[in-house]
Design a protein around this ligand. Structure first.
Ligand SMILES: Cc1cc2nc3c(=O)[nH]c(=O)nc-3n(C[C@H](O)[C@H](O)[C@H](O)COP(=O)(O)OP(=O)(O)OC[C@H]3O[C@@H](n4cnc5c(N)ncnc54)[C@H](O)[C@@H]3O)c2cc1C
Ligand SMILES: C[S@@+](CC[C@H](N)C(=O)[O-])C[C@H]1O[C@@H](n2cnc3c(N)ncnc32)[C@H](O)[C@@H]1O
Length: 657
């Protein structure tokens, strides 16, 4: 996708309303709020349904065409007025051409009475790129999942149950692609039992199409210039819907009993998981063996929000774009300059191969996410001399990972238990018990292992293929000359603008060393990577004159999986799994109708490699979605690509069962 096509092209009419140049249609009628309420709120009976929503219950709204978000704000406002404090609203909307921030601000200024709702969205409206983008509001009470792309590409990837549909994709005559039988089939596939819909159109072929997939349709008098609008109630599928989900990727039964979870390990993965569960009303005990959170891999002074993408839309690349957006929006709640900074990231084209890769990426992604800079422009951005130009990620930057961890671990409902070293997990009477020798530390119906490579030290997950890779960073004091550094610059390594007077220089990779004492050799390696990034910056830092033995730094272990995707999801009993699906080792195409032998209530969130800042926070949302039987925050295919069971299936297929 190129820049020209990502954003909506907006014209403003004489009333100051946005109209779409791409579709030649208005985003909302002159009576805006009144029409939205009549068509979408009233035809889906949302006043009654929100009033009936009790604590712990949720309603999921699906929408075709997010536009300015007006329908979302109206729904949120009503939910806020009527639903119980512990109820949740999930709004899922697909949008091919998101408005730019400037156009969205201008459009939303038309509704000052909705400012309580529009202001938080405007604050978080960053990192909105193709694919699934999750936004979290009001402490997790309201979730917005935007699917950026064509409805017919995005909806088939969605795994959700929609209670109420808002069909709002411009007039059928002006945008017939948004009203096709294929799209209607998706509305039916995703419909929860008793799902309803409201739409401003009463066009005959749209009605017939919706009836054909199982909606009972009724015409209703319209308002304003609309003569008639329509409402529909899902009567169940007209044809048997065959589930295409393989049993080993099916949803486990949600844990029963008290909503109390043990989250073990308080790095980026554990803190994110704890926060996502707590936002859904779970009481979370976060067990950490150290005296504080973020003491291992997540303890570096600065990490980089760097997106290692593929131009081929791989699962990893999709995860990175979605994860980056999510982390970036979370960071808006932390303090810029101290906890993080969106100074941008510049990846240098340090050789011809890297240059080629970058050119491909620039053709595949929108310019707001990344664009090429020639050497002069790159130097102007970085403020120092560079050997080459490269790829600039303007929304990237650096993060102080402990700040993100502390913020998440500090959310209401999360209880941090430090000095809690879990050596053993046992399931007794429906409870997962965490033991340290003969001391019972805590127990709950659910447990999530977020212990990085130590996941393998727990018997139930000992076979997960996780590997440790040692890495070391070097800390360099800021100098008057280095203060000009305006962006993170990466080649093989990276250097970040100073945080609290210190630059972080990273990072080495060592597959063999198990000792975490920083070594001189790796400091030297980091300095060599700095030279490669910029001889000028090396000089400004006086790095060649520094006695290497006196350099400060820290080392920790990254934790990776063989396919570089994290391992996130429910855990099955390995041995029972091999028996249940043994036939795969003879015929890989078989899909036996055998339920997966889950270890009920046990989940894992690990394997975040060198990019935990980008993948761990969204993985917390993914865990919560699996646990609470919610809409997945990622395309089904990406969630499956991260699923722990992928390794067992591959093992069986390779006949290694
Ligand atoms: C040198 C280096 C540089 C990096 N640079 C970047 C970067 O620039 N950008 C980026 O995105 N990522 C970077 N990473 C990767 C990133 O730091 C990791 O992906 C991320 O921190 C992983 O988080 P985690 O929670 O899975 O693991 P960890 O942070 O290691 O957390 C695991 C936690 O579990 C606890 N634990 C383990 N076993 C037990 C037990 N039995 N009982 C109780 N607690 C237990 C540990 O004490 C620890 O706190 C870097 C990593 C390293 C090492
Ligand atoms: C009438 S506007 C939506 C108004 C919006 N609900 C609001 O409250 O402002 C229709 C939206 O559908 C989007 N759209 C049109 N065709 C689409 C498609 N094929 N896939 C996804 N979105 C599409 C348009 O870009 C536009 O933003």
């Amino acid at each position: 996708m190129s820049t020209e096509t990502l954003h909506a092209q907006i014209d403003w009419d004489e009333l100051g309303r946005p109209t779409s140049r791409q579709y030649g249609d208005v985003y909302f009628a002159a009576s805006g709020l009144e029409e939205t309420r009549h068509v979408f709120i009233d035809q889906n009976d949302l006043t009654a349904r929100f009033s009936a929503l009790g604590d712990g219950q949720r309603l999921v709204i699906g929408e075709t065409g997010f536009g300015t978000g007006l329908n979302f704000f109206c729904a949120w406002q009503l939910f806020d007025q009527l639903a119980a404090p512990g109820a949740r609203l999930h709004f899922i909307s697909v949008e091919k051409y998101p408005l730019s921030h400037a156009d969205l601000s201008r459009a939303l200024a038309l509704w000052p009475e909705l400012a309580t709702f529009t202001a938080p969205l405007l604050q978080q409206y960053v990192g909105i790129h193709p694919g699934f983008q999750r936004l979290v509001f009001d402490g997790g009470r309201v979730t917005l999942t935007l699917m950026i792309g064509d409805a017919l590409e995005q909806l088939p990837q969605l795994d959700a149950q929609i209670d109420a549909w808002f069909l709002d994709g411009f007039a059928p005559a002006k945008n017939p692609e948004m009203w096709t039988p294929e799209l209607f089939a998706q509305l039916a596939r995703l419909a929860a039992p008793g799902s309803t819909l409201g739409t401003f159109t009463s066009t005959g072929w749209v009605r017939r199409g919706l009836i054909a997939v199982g909606y009972k349709m009724k015409r209703i008098p319209g308002i304003g210039k609309k003569w008639e609008v329509s409402r529909g109630v899902f009567q169940g599928p007209t044809e048997a819907v065959v589930s295409t989900v393989k049993p080993w990727f099916a949803r486990p039964t949600p844990p029963a009993g008290e909503r109390h979870a043990l989250v073990i390990g308080a790095g980026l993965a554990g803190c994110a998981t704890a926060a996502s569960l707590a936002a859904r009303g779970w009481r979370v005990s976060l067990l950490e063996r150290h005296a504080e959170v973020a003491q291992e891999a997540s303890g570096n002074p600065q990490g980089v929000l760097y997106l290692k993408l593929s131009a081929h839309g791989t699962a990893l690349s999709q995860l990175i774009v979605s994860g980056f957006g999510h982390t970036r929006r979370l960071l808006e709640q932390l303090q810029r300059g101290r906890d993080w900074d969106d100074c941008g990231v510049l990846q240098l084209a340090f050789d011809a191969k890297e240059g080629q890769r970058q050119a491909q990426l620039a053709g595949a992604f929108d310019a707001q996410l990344l664009h090429l800079l020639d050497r002069d422009a790159a130097q102007a951005r970085a403020g120092v001399e560079l050997a080459s130009g490269g790829l600039h990620y303007p929304e990237g930057g650096w993060v102080h990972p402990p700040a993100l961890c502390q913020w998440q671990a500090g959310q209401p409902g999360v209880h941090v238990l430090t000095h809690h070293h879990v050596l053993d997990l046992r399931k007794v009477d429906g409870q997962w018990q965490a033991w340290d020798g003969d001391q019972l530390l805590a127990s709950a119906p659910m447990a999530v292992l977020c212990t990085a490579a130590q996941v393998r030290e727990t018997a139930q997950t000992a076979d997960l293929p996780l590997k440790r890779i040692r890495g070391q960073i070097t800390r360099l004091a800021q100098t008057p000359g280095s203060a000009v550094l305006g962006t993170v610059v990466c080649a093989e390594g990276y250097v970040a603008p100073a945080r609290l007077g210190e630059h972080t220089l990273g990072a080495s990779f060592d597959f063999h060393n198990d000792d975490l004492t920083p070594t001189v050799a790796e400091h030297e390696g980091n300095l060599a990577m700095l030279e490669e990034i910029s001889a000028d910056l090396t000089q400004r830092l006086g790095a060649r004159q520094l006695p290497v033995e006196q350099l400060q730094g820290r080392a920790a272990f990254r934790c990776t999986s063989p396919d570089y995707l994290p391992i996130v999801g429910p855990v099955a009993d390995r041995e029972a799994f091999s028996h249940a699906y043994a036939i795969l080792s003879r015929d890989a195409r078989q899909v036996p109708d055998v339920a997966c032998p889950w270890l009920e209530g046990l989940y894992v969130n690990s394997g975040h490699g060198s990019r935990g800042l980008i993948t761990a926070p969204l993985s917390g949302e993914l865990i919560a979605a699996w646990v609470d039987d919610e809409a997945l925050p990622l395309p089904r295919g990406v969630a499956e690509a991260c699923h722990p069971n992928r390794f067992w299936v591959r093992g069986l297929v390779k006949n290694k069962g």
